[in-house]
Design a protein around this ligand. Structure first.
Ligand code: PLP
Length: 432
């Protein structure tokens, strides 16, 4: 579900005509729908029902302060992967006691900061990290709450860069080793065992891999609970969203069936597959959705700069580029691209939609059937709310784009477009 739709042949986000956003704030600009995010959060929360649970939003998907604030107000907890993300959450009014700290390479400074702020749990990925946390906690004379991340070795059908729950991935501790590491943790004077965690990958559209992973790890949870004060079981994030045909309404005349569409991830199927086995365990359940909450809640607005007709192809050159949204270049991912003014008829032609960056990999779509586009037209790159702006860079010395949040008929700038001076901030002259 999302709140982008055509009304009178114009593309709206909630009750805001997106052309107004482009006029006021320029392009490229990310636009997020607050009520889409709220709806996703509430649907997941209610599907988990009376199961003792905590929804820890995976901050890395989209860390804009306004979105963190919105989710904190909804009652979200947070899953963070760096000291910078903890800083953002606290700065946005989030509570450290509701933060889980994940990641394979936490630095001593990050561990110290998270201890000072008293995070809910460190999700630990190796014995080396555990020893480091114990040492730093000892220096501060505190006990660090920890969970171990187990790698359940299940196959989640997704892109290989975003699969994390197979034994060949760098993440987690193998099921047959994890008992020994819990035993080692129990002997450490400055850690306190608080839970167990797993995360099998991202953009998983089917409930089965989640259910498989839970059934593999549940016996271990039950066993550990006998021995240690296991308070929670975090089952990770990874719930997928629809990228193809992400916009169904409007004239939709130019839509083609792109084929290979994976079916929509259903919160109801997910909940009915996972809640019964989890309820039996009698521990608090943490889920860590990122993409599911924000992915379809954002678009990247961009304007067509030039149409370039080459021998075999037509290139539509837009003002957004791979530095703004790297997913197509990095994961070969598909994003629906739609004009802000609905086309009058069903005419389409295949085009490549590309950015101005000096890389052949700088494209948003190749051989895409699009309605006729002209210089100056505005288009929206759909489903760009997750892993979009957060992965942006200044490559080609392009200032980072603006971000706008829409709620109902109102919209607000939640991050300014960078200026040229921002590009050189912190650089020093030097005549060595
Ligand atoms: C990235 C990540 C998530 C969120 O993944 P999504 O696919 O965005 O839901 C959750 N937990 C951990 C440990 C992660 O690394």
């Amino acid at each position: 579900m999302h709140l982008f739709h055509y009304a009178n042949d114009r593309l709206f986000c909630e009750d805001v005509d997106l052309e107004r956003v482009a006029q006021e704030h320029g392009t490229p600009t990310y636009v997020y729908s607050a009520n889409t995010i709220r709806d996703h959060f509430r649907r997941l929360d209610s599907a988990l029902g009376d199961l003792d649970h905590l929804i820890c939003y995976a901050v890395k998907a989209n860390s804009n302060r306004a979105i963190l604030q919105l989710l904190a107000r909804e009652g979200a907890a947070f899953d963070i992967v760096s000291g910078g993300e903890l800083f953002r959450v606290l700065n946005a009014g989030g509570d450290a006691a509701r933060c889980t700290f994940a990641g394979v390479g936490k630095s001593p400074d990050e561990i110290g900061y998270a201890l000072d702020q008293q995070v809910y749990s460190f999700n630990v990925e190796s014995i080396a990290e555990l020893e480091c946390i114990n040492r730093i906690a000892a220096e501060k004379n505190v006990r660090a709450p920890i969970a171990l991340r187990v790698n359940p070795d299940v196959a989640a059908e997704t892109h290989r860069y975003i699969s994390t729950g197979k034994s060949e991935n760098k993440f987690g501790i193998a099921l047959d080793l994890v008992r020994d590491i819990y035993a080692a943790a129990a002997k450490m004077s400055h850690v306190a065992i608080r839970g167990i965690q797993m995360h099998i990958g991202s953009q998983i559209t089917d409930a089965k891999p989640f259910a498989d992973a839970i059934s593999k790890v549940a016996p271990l949870v039950a066993e550990l609970k006998q021995r240690y004060a296991i308070e929670f079981f975090s089952i990770g994030g990874g719930m997928g969203i629809i990228y193809r045909r992400a916009l169904e309404s409007g004239t939709g005349k130019w839509w083609h069936d792109h084929g290979g569409e994976s079916s929509a991830f259903s919160v109801a199927d997910y909940a009915s597959a996972i809640v019964p086995p989890l309820r039996e365990l009698g521990v608090r359940v943490l889920v860590e959705p990122g993409r599911f909450l924000v992915g379809n809640a954002g678009v990247l607005l961009t304007r067509v700069r030039y149409i370039k007709k080459a021998a075999r192809k037509t290139f539509v050159i837009v003002d957004a580029a791979m530095n703004d949204l790297i997913r197509p270049a990095l994961y070969q991912s598909y994003h629906e691209i739609v004009p802000l003014i609905a086309p009058r008829d069903a005419r389409v032609e295949p085009v490549d939609i590309v950015g101005p960056v000096c890389e052949s990999g700088d494209f948003f779509a190749q051989d895409r059937e699009m309605p006729p586009l002209q210089e100056g037209d505005l288009v929206a790159i759909m489903s760009a709310g997750a892993y979009g702006f957060v992965m942006a860079s200044n490559y080609n010395s392009r200032p980072l784009s603006a971000e706008v949040l829409v709620s109902g008929d109102k919209f607000a700038l939640v991050r300014e477009r960078q200026s040229y001076f921002d590009l050189i901030r912190g650089e020093h002259d030097c005549d060595l």
